[in-house]
Design a protein. Structure first.
Length: 592
């Protein structure tokens, strides 16, 4: 199905969102829903064994379950870690770029040892339950806690059989990994060549990693080929029928939704405008309207900077109750865990690895990852604002007086309804437009102010600057004349903001995209000579697209000797899974 057809279906669906999910109304509704392909997901990670003080790195790949191509349905994926009590240790929201995303999680010293499960899914996948969700084993060992009982149980519950069987699958007929030699000294540069011999047959999205081969028996992680076999029979479409509730896909961004009810009658508030604002210097505004059941929805597409949202109903004639929707979790009852047990023979190994982790973490500041900056959000939509820094003028006590005495083209006015509002004068010299009496869009630290009279006497001594544009804007179905953005010195207006028919709620952010640190030992740079290097992960490139025949990478070995695996793992553009593994040795004795 073409992308625009899928979008049309999703738009149709979102006209009737219920409190937590969507209910299939009739046969036509069901038919449209079944035209939207189901999805499946794969997670590449650096497990399965992770100790306290180490990072769990992951890369998520989401696919159209019918075509095995990267999904064009969901733009948001989820990665979760669940313990044996079926409790969520974390649930990360991951922005997907053409079906791919990545993140990481630091294993702290307060996480207990145990068997865990790494889950990968989209909201749309949750309609098929736990069988559709990606699942892989993670073993966490925390030597800093005395209680190791979870890994010492002789008969752990819900154990998967034969999970310690080693699975080694490699397909090098299309793509090969080459290094000049098989053995390297500590801190030596490794030149890695990736050759694609089959042209378009090798094009695709992959994860490239170089990690220390596990020294002890642990469950084998699912590589792309074993995953392809395990999830070959994944659902191709939803199985629900008329009257069933389903999870909606987040096709146009992060879905924020909820309900509005009349606080006095308890009845759904129908056809009410709802404004959702994401506060901050780079604020976002989204408009919605409630349906006949009081439900509203909106999609957040841009990379927001604030983990909070302000949801407001502009109508002041009644008092309303606003509730933000929250999707329920997947039923984890049938989830099983790996058959892994600690033994006394592993004590020395665990102690030694933990000591090296402590040393490595002591020097983390010298090897930092960097957060990738997203494109800045322009609240003025391309307009060039006039900026007034109030310290450059005589100070006046209230916002109303400041607009009169300092700010050109803006001031408070009375509408026919006797409600006071801020009006920005039109620019008739630059634009040929009819006169209007539209109010301005007013933001204070990014918080949308629906009722301007409540800020007439706002203490202007808190204000650092005021920016405004005189262009006309349309928010939802309402016209506005200009935007005025007020920034306080502390940027904390949200902390004290209270307004009738408004709700401030947490809105979990997607994980930040990073440039992961790559250690280098160049001859002219001796800054790392005295810094210990006990990296087990020598190289991590969570997303790597192959569209050519030859790629060159380089990385440096660490002080930690042993066998390392170079692993290219992923999927071609037509859905074929590929896993290529090459081993190298790191030793202080050159064996070449």
């Amino acid at each position: 199905m073409k992308t625009n057809q899928i979008i049309a279906i999703i738009v149709l669906l979102t006209t009737c969102i219920v409190h937590a999910q969507y209910v299939i109304k009739d046969g036509t509704d069901l038919l449209n829903l079944k035209k939207v392909p189901q999805e499946k997901a794969y997670i590449d990670h650096n497990g399965p064994l992770v100790l306290s003080g180490e990072y769990l790195y992951y890369s998520i790949h989401c696919f159209n379950a019918q075509t095995n191509n990267p999904t064009n349905i969901s733009t948001v994926g989820y990665v979760s870690l669940v313990n044996e009590a079926r409790e969520y240790v974390f649930e990360h929201k991951v922005k997907l770029n053409k079906g791919h995303g990545y993140g990481d999680f630091f294993i702290t010293t307060d996480m207990p040892s145990g068997r865990y499960k790494l889950l990968g899914y989209t909201q749309w996948m949750k309609n098929s339950g736990i069988s559709q969700v990606f699942k892989d084993d993670i073993i966490i060992i925390n030597p800093y806690l005395a209680d190791q009982a979870p890994l010492l149980n002789k008969t752990p519950p819900n154990v998967e059989k034969n999970t310690l069987e080693k699975i080694s699958v490699s397909d090098s007929s299309i793509i090969t990994l080459k290094t000049p030699k098989a053995s390297y000294l500590p801190r030596e540069k490794v030149n890695l060549s990736i050759k694609n011999y089959k042209g378009a047959l090798g094009h695709g999205s992959y994860t490239l990693k170089v990690k220390r081969k596990e020294e002890i028996d642990v469950p084998s992680a699912l590589n792309s080929i074993t995953y392809g076999n395990a999830y070959f029979n994944a659902d191709k479409e939803i199985k629900q029928t008329i009257g069933d509730s389903i999870f909606l896909p987040e096709q146009r961004g992060e879905l924020v939704y909820g309900t509005v009810t009349n606080a006095n009658s308890g009845l759904p508030a129908e056809n009410l405008p709802v404004v959702i604002s994401i506060p901050g210097k780079e604020s976002l505004l989204k408009f919605s309207k409630t349906d006949q059941n009081g439900n509203f929805y909106s999609y957040i597409r841009k990379d927001r900077k604030n983990p909070m949202a302000v949801i407001q109903v502009a109508d002041q004639s009644e008092t309303y109750t606003i509730e933000k929707g929250k999707p329920s979790h997947i039923d984890l009852t049938e989830l099983s865990f790996a058959n892994f047990r600690l033994s006394k023979e592993l004590a020395d190994y665990i102690t030694g690895r933990s000591v090296l982790n402590q040393i490595e973490n002591q020097f983390f500041g010298a090897k930092p990852d960097s957060i990738l900056q997203s494109n800045p959000i322009d609240i003025f939509n391309g307009g060039i604002p006039e900026v007034i820094v109030l310290d450059e003028y005589t100070r006046f006590p209230t916002l109303e007086e400041t607009l009169i005495e300092v700010v050109n083209f803006a001031g408070f006015r009375k509408a026919n309804t006797s409600d006071t509002y801020i009006r920005i004068g039109q620019d008739f010299k630059s634009y040929d437009e009819e006169y209007n009496d539209f109010p301005a869009i007013v933001l204070i630290d990014g918080v949308f102010i629906p009722h301007h009279e409540q800020i007439r006497t706002y203490d202007a001594r808190n204000i650092e600057k005021i920016s405004l544009t005189r262009d006309q804007f349309r928010l939802g179905q309402k016209e506005y004349q200009g935007i005025i953005s007020i920034e306080t010195f502390e940027g904390d207006f949200l902390e004290t903001y209270t307004s009738k028919n408004s709700l401030v709620v947490p809105f979990r952010q997607p994980v930040a995209k990073k440039n992961y640190f790559i250690q280098s030992y160049q001859s002219e740079d001796d800054s790392y000579d005295r810094i210990p290097d006990y990296r087990r992960m020598l190289f991590w490139k969570p997303t790597f697209n192959i569209s050519d025949s030859d790629y060159q990478f380089e990385f440096f070995t660490s002080d930690l000797e042993g066998t390392y695996e170079i692993i290219l793992n992923g999927f071609t553009t037509y859905g074929k899974p590929l896993t290529i593994i090459k081993e190298i040795e790191v030793t202080d004795k050159n064996l070449n």
